[in-house]
Design a protein around this ligand. Structure first.
Ligand code: NAD
Length: 357
């Protein structure tokens, strides 16, 4: 053994289990908050308002304006509401979009954040914030944006439709997979990544059958915590770079783009690091992680082509060139022709098994 690594734990408090709403007042008390602003998307306004009502005077208001990609203009409006209502803490109820709004407000105001996640994207446990302004998305890392308390309650995910549950879960698996071959991986991140991916691979097919399967929902949310944690702890590689590039260029939906690209990016890297990906192949009961993931998506009726997500065919060349610019560190060197082939395969929805890259 020749072990050498850096490992830093996150200072966030994680509260996992049933009756999540009843834990909000305890969390607020610990943080010294007396006037929380409840954040959500317009689509989850009803849920947010119902929860806000149970909080009584602890809730200063509900602001249901979160949208995808955290536009700066939306954040600036929300900061005005924060000032007007004399808010001293944030309660974000939702997925990555709502959590992104909470993080963006925290960046500007230093307000503490309590988060109740309702998807598997994992943003609640990362110090990462992506924001858009004038069509440009920029990403930053700051301890200021890491939520102080995360309350995981599996019941909060029951309403997430089956199709979104599958793609959101695969989005989480993508974090774990790239953590397995990260340049700065460590024994703890690897342990979390294997456990997180395995939990989701077991849970998602059961959720696809029954959206209210309590045990599967619990396991999937547990897996998403682990996957989100490694996303916050170690660097991501080719797969995340491709998702950010293609998502930004063609305004593609976040979780679905991860779902389509993952088998292809994994196949590309599997040549270089087959051993690192072995636990994923084993969990999928497949010969390789890449083809196993493709078949997993097919079985769960998840999208398998970029074409069906709305990417234009002429974008393949553009995307290949863009993916080569400012690349993230990756275990396998990036070769333009192979990356173009990868994007083209993903565009057409071909199995990575059929086309060797
Ligand atoms: P989302 O938050 O955009 O949610 C998608 C839709 O589903 C929204 O309309 C939302 O209201 C709805 N929804 C969410 N949970 C629901 C539930 N339980 N029941 C019914 N409807 C529900 O989707 P997402 O995939 O969680 O987040 C995507 C965004 O998060 C992207 O902008 C992405 O860049 C960001 N993200 C950031 C990080 C990070 O670390 N900074 C990590 C992952 C994702």
């Amino acid at each position: 053994m020749n072990l050498a690594f850096n490992y830093q734990t996150s200072p966030a408090r994680i509260m996992f289990g049933p009756d999540g709403i009843s834990k909000v007042s305890f969390a607020a008390d610990e943080l010294g908050c007396e006037r929380l602003l409840v954040l959500s998307t317009k689509q989850q306004n009803k849920t947010a308002t119902e929860i806000a009502e149970t909080l009584g005077s602890l809730c200063a208001g509900v602001h249901a304006s979160a949208v995808m990609h955290t536009p700066v203009s939306v954040t600036e409006d929300a900061v005005e509401v924060v000032t007007k209502l004399q808010v001293d803490g944030l309660l974000s109820i939702g997925g990555g979009s709502t959590i992104g709004l909470g993080k963006a407000i925290a960046l500007r105001t230093d307000l503490p954040q309590i988060v109740i996640p309702t998807t598997y994207a994992g943003s609640e446990v990362t110090p990462i914030l992506g924001q858009t302004e004038n069509g440009n998305k920029t990403t930053l890392r700051s301890a200021k944006v890491l939520p102080e308390v995360v309350i995981y309650d599996p019941k909060m995910t029951y309403s997430l439709p089956k199709a979104m549950s599958i793609t959101s879960g695969i989005n989480a698996i993508a974090h774990a997979i790239e953590a397995l071959y990260a340049q700065d991986k460590n024994p703890v991140s690897t342990m979390m990544a294997v456990d997180g991916a395995t939990a989701l691979i077991d849970a998602l097919p059961r959720i696809a059958i029954d959206q209210h399967d309590a045990q599967a929902r619990e396991k999937a949310l547990y897996g998403s915590w682990l996957c989100g944690t490694v996303l916050g702890n170690v660097g991501m590689a080719l797969h995340h770079k491709l998702c950010h590039t293609l998502g930004g260029m063609f305004d593609l939906p976040h979780a679905e783009t991860h779902t389509v690209l993952l088998p292809h990016a994994v196949t590309y890297n599997e040549k270089q690091v087959p051993e690192a990906l072995m636990p994923v192949a084993n969990a999928l009961n497949a010969n390789s992680a890449g083809t196993g993931l493709f078949e997993f998506s097919q079985k769960l009726k998840a999208p398998t082509s970029l074409r069906e997500l709305g990417m234009p065919e002429h974008g393949i060349d553009l995307a290949a060139r863009q993916a080569m610019a400012n690349p993230y560190w990756n275990p396998r060197e990036l070769e333009h022709d192979a990356i173009r082939q990868l994007i083209s395969n993903a565009y057409h929805g071909l199995s990575p098994y059929e086309y060797c890259i």
